[in-house]
Design a protein around this ligand. Structure first.
Ligand SMILES: [Zn+2]
Ligand SMILES: [Zn+2]
Length: 337
C-alpha cells in the first residue's frame, strides 16, 4: 500500500509498504482523507524533537471501516469514522483523573508512532468516532484541529458575553474564534497578516486587530470599554503575543496557552499576581470529537473557508515540501485517498 513517509528530516516521498493488518482489539480502516497539519510540517523540517524517523506522517485521518473485531457492537464495515490520534496509557496520574490528553506516556500518530497517511490504518476502537454523512471527506479531517481549538476555549472557561482575544489567525485561532462565538462570546482576533484578518472578518468575527499597524492594547481597551478581555487564547506561539496576553487580559482574567513557543519566554509574574490571572496550558483535547463533528455538520463552524485546497495522495509529498517553503500560501490542505 502507498504511504507518505519521512525517511529523515527534509526527505519525504511516497513509499510502498506491506498493507496494514487489523491489530488485536482494533478496527481496520480504509483511509479516505487526511489533513496536513503544522506538526507534519515540523516533522518534515526536523524541528519537532518528539518525532523519530523513518516515520509515516499524519494524525488528522478519516476513513471507512473495513474490518472489526468479532465482538464489536458499535461500528460496522462501511461506517465513516475519524481517528482520535492521541493514544493514551490509561494508568498514569493524568489518565486516572480523566486528562488523557496529557497522558505521561502519550503517543500521537505521525509523531511517536506511525501516522495515518497510508491507504489503510488499524486503530483502537475507543478512539474512533462516527462521522455524519453530510460532511464531505475533504473536510472531515478538520474536526481534529477543531477539537484542539475547542479544548483551548474550554480551558479558559469562556462564558457567553465575554470578550475573547485570540492571538493568531491560523486555523487553530480561527476555529477557536468561531467556537467562542458559537457559545455566545465576542471574538477579537489579533494577527499581523491583513489577509488573514480579512478572512476572519468574512467568517463573521466582529473585531480584528493588526498589532503591527495599530495599537492593539488601546483597541482592546476601546472594544471592552476599559475592562480589557476576560479571556485571551494564545494560538500563535509567538513570544511577543504570549507576553502581551498579560496586558490584554482583564484583572481576574483567564489565559489559555495552546500555541507552542520555540523558546522559554520571560513573563512579569508580579503582574500575574497583581491581576490575579489564571493561566492554563491546553494540549490536544479530551472527549470533544462528537461535538466537533456535530458543529461542522450543522454548519455552526465553517471549516470549508479555511481549506486552501485538497490534493491526491500522489501529490502529498510535494505539497508538504511546498507548505514548508511557503507557509504563507496555505491555511489548510487535506489529502484525498
Ligand atoms: Zn493537527
Ligand atoms: Zn496515561
Amino acid at each position: 500500500m502507498k504511504s507518505v513517509c519521512l525517511k529523515q528530516p527534509g526527505e519525504i516521498s511516497l513509499v510502498d509498504i506491506p498493507p496494514t493488518r487489523r491489530g488485536e482489539g482494533e478496527i481496520l480502516i480504509k483511509v479516505r482523507s487526511a489533513g496536513i497539519c503544522g506538526s507534519d510540517i515540523g516533522a518534515y523540517k526536523g524541528v519537532n524533537p518528539l518525532v523519530s524517523y523513518p516515520r509515516i506522517i499524519g494524525h488528522e485521518i478519516a476513513g471507512e471501516v473495513i474490518e472489526v473485531p468479532d465482538d464489536e457492537v458499535g461500528l460496522m464495515p462501511g461506517d465513516r469514522v475519524i481517528l482520535e490520534p492521541y493514544v493514551y496509557c490509561g494508568h498514569c496520574y493524568p489518565c486516572s483523573i480523566g486528562h488523557t490528553n496529557c497522558c505521561e506516556n502519550l503517543t500521537v500518530r505521525g509523531v511517536h508512532i506511525e501516522g495515518g497517511m497510508a491507504e489503510y490504518v488499524s486503530h483502537p476502537r475507543h478512539l474512533l468516532h462516527k462521522v455524519p454523512d453530510s460532511i464531505p471527506w475533504n473536510l472531515v479531517p478538520m474536526a481534529e484541529p477543531l477539537v484542539i481549538s475547542m479544548h483551548a476555549v474550554k480551558q479558559s472557561e469562556t462564558r457567553a458575553g465575554e470578550h475573547v482575544v485570540i492571538f493568531g489567525a491560523g486555523q487553530i485561532g480561527l476555529l477557536a474564534a468561531q467556537y467562542a462565538m458559537a457559545i455566545g462570546a465576542i471574538a477579537i482576533v489579533v494577527d499581523p497578516v491583513d489577509e488573514r484578518l480579512a478572512l476572519a472578518k468574512s467568517l463573521g468575527i466582529a473585531h480584528t486587530i493588526n498589532p503591527v499597524s495599530s495599537d492593539a492594547q488601546e483597541a482592546i481597551k476601546v472594544i471592552t470599554k476599559g475592562r480589557m478581555a476576560e479571556v485571551v487564547i494564545e494560538a500563535s506561539g509567538a513570544a511577543p503575543a504570549i507576553r502581551n496576553a498579560i496586558d490584554y487580559v482583564s484583572y481576574a482574567g483567564r489565559i489559555s496557552l495552546v500555541g507552542w513557543p520555540k523558546n522559554d519566554i520571560a513573563l512579569p509574574t508580579a503582574l500575574i499576581t497583581k491581576k490575579e490571572l489564571t493561566i492554563r496550558g491546553s494540549r490536544n483535547s479530551v472527549g470533544q470529537f462528537p461535538e466537533s463533528l456535530r458543529l461542522i455538520a450543522e454548519g455552526k463552524i465553517n471549516v470549508a473557508a479555511l481549506l486552501t485546497k485538497s490534493v491526491s495522495i500522489d501529490e502529498t509529498p510535494a505539497t508538504v515540501v511546498d507548505i514548508a517553503e511557503h507557509p504563507e500560501r496555505y491555511l489548510k490542505v487535506t489529502c484525498l485517498f
